[in-house]
Design a binder for this molecule. Structure first.
Ligand code: ATP
Length: 283
C-alpha cells in the first residue's frame, strides 16, 4: 500500500471551561468534545523523492501547515527514516473557526502514516506524538464523545451523546485562538459550565440534560465587535435549536436539533445569510 485517504472530522465543544493558566503559558481546560460529520478528506501517499509536498485548498502547504508538521513529528518521534510524501487535503471545514480543522487534518496524517508504515506504536503513543503538533490533535485521533482535560492530552471516552442534528454557522470573520485565550482571566470567570452535570446527563442518555448544559466560557470574553456570534446563537434558538453555543475559541456557532425538519429549515434560513453554514450531525 502506498497511499490512503481518510476523513478528518470537525469537532465542537459541548462544554468548554478554562480552569487555570499554567506556568508554561498554556491553560488547563475541561471540555466535552464531540465529533460531527463535516469533514476534510486527507490523502497521504508515499513518494520516491525525499520531500513533503502538501496541497491544502487556499491554505499554504508549507511548514506552517499542521498536516506537514504532523508528518515531520511522526518521523522524528517514531525514528522511521523520513520518506517522501504527497499530502492532499480537500478542505470543507472552515478555517480559524473553532472547529479544529487544522488539528483534524494533522490527526488524519498521523493515522494515515501509521497505516502506511506500520510502526509498532499503540494508539496512546500516536496520541503523544499528536500532542506535540497541537492541543486538539490527540482528541482528533480519538474522536467521538470525549472529556478532554489538561491542555487536551488527558482524554476520557464518554458514552456516545444522544443523536442531534447540528447546524453550524460561521460568520464572515475569523477569531484567533491566542487572542481569545489572552482575554481569559480564569479566576474571574463566574458562569462556569456544569461539566460534572454534563457527564452525568451523557451517562443517563438524557437529551434535555445534555442540551441544558451546553456552555462555552469563551462567549464571556468575546470582543463586542464580534457580537454577531450572539445574534446567530439567538436565531438558532428561535428556529428551534434545543441548545446553541459558540464552538472552541469561535466564531462558529452550533445549534443542536432533535428534529431533522427543524434543522433543515434552520439551515436553509441561515445559509441565505451566511455562506459558511453546514447541516451536519454527531458521529
Ligand atoms: P481550534 O478549534 O483547534 O482552535 P480552529 O478551527 O480555530 O482550531 P484552524 O482551522 O485549525 O482553527 O486554523 C487555525 C490556523 O491554523 C489558521 O491560521 C490556519 O492558517 C492554520 N493552519 C495550518 N494548517 C492548517 C490546516 N491543515 N487546515 C486549516 N488551518 C491550518
Amino acid at each position: 500500500m502506498t497511499g490512503v485517504t481518510l476523513p478528518a472530522y470537525a469537532k465542537l465543544n459541548l462544554t468548554l471551561d478554562v480552569l487555570r493558566r499554567r506556568n508554561d503559558g498554556y491553560h488547563d481546560l475541561a471540555s466535552v468534545m464531540q465529533t460531527v460529520s463535516l469533514h476534510d478528506d486527507v490523502s497521504v501517499a508515499l513518494t520516491e523523492d525525499g520531500g513533503i509536498v502538501c496541497r491544502c485548498g487556499d491554505i499554504p502547504g508549507d511548514e506552517s501547515n499542521l498536516a506537514v508538521r504532523a508528518a515531520r513529528a511522526f518521523f522524528v518521534k517514531t525514528g522511521i527514516p523520513p520518506r517522501g510524501l504527497y499530502i492532499d487535503v480537500v478542505k470543507r471545514i472552515p478555517v480559524g473557526a473553532g472547529l479544529a480543522g487544522g488539528s483534524a487534518d494533522a490527526a488524519a496524517v498521523l493515522r494515515g502514516l501509521r497505516a502506511l508504515l506500520r510502526p509498532e506504536i499503540s494508539r496512546s503513543e500516536l496520541e503523544r506524538i499528536a500532542a506535540v503538533v497541537g492541543s486538539d490533535v490527540p482528541y482528533c485521533i480519538r474522536g467521538g464523545t470525549v472529556l478532554s482535560e489538561g491542555r487536551g492530552e488527558c482524554l476520557t471516552p464518554l458514552p456516545g451523546a444522544p443523536r442531534f442534528c447540528v447546524v453550524l454557522c460561521k460568520p464572515a470573520f475569523s477569531l484567533s485562538t491566542p487572542m481569545m485565550f489572552s482575554r481569559i482571566r480564569a479566576e474571574e470567570l463566574s458562569r462556569r459550565p456544569d461539566t460534572a452535570g454534563m457527564l452525568d446527563a451523557l451517562r443517563r442518555g438524557d437529551r434535555a440534560g445534555v442540551a441544558a448544559r451546553v456552555r462555552n466560557v469563551f462567549e464571556d470574553v468575546l470582543p463586542p465587535e464580534y457580537a454577531e456570534v450572539f445574534a446567530i446563537r439567538d436565531r438558532l434558538l428561535k428556529l428551534g435549536a434545543e441548545a446553541a453555543a459558540m464552538s472552541g475559541s469561535g466564531p462558529t456557532v452550533f445549534g443542536l436539533f432533535g428534529d431533522d425538519m427543524a434543522a433543515g429549515s434552520a439551515y436553509m434560513e441561515l445559509k441565505s445569510a451566511y455562506a459558511q453554514t453546514f447541516l451536519t450531525r454527531f458521529v
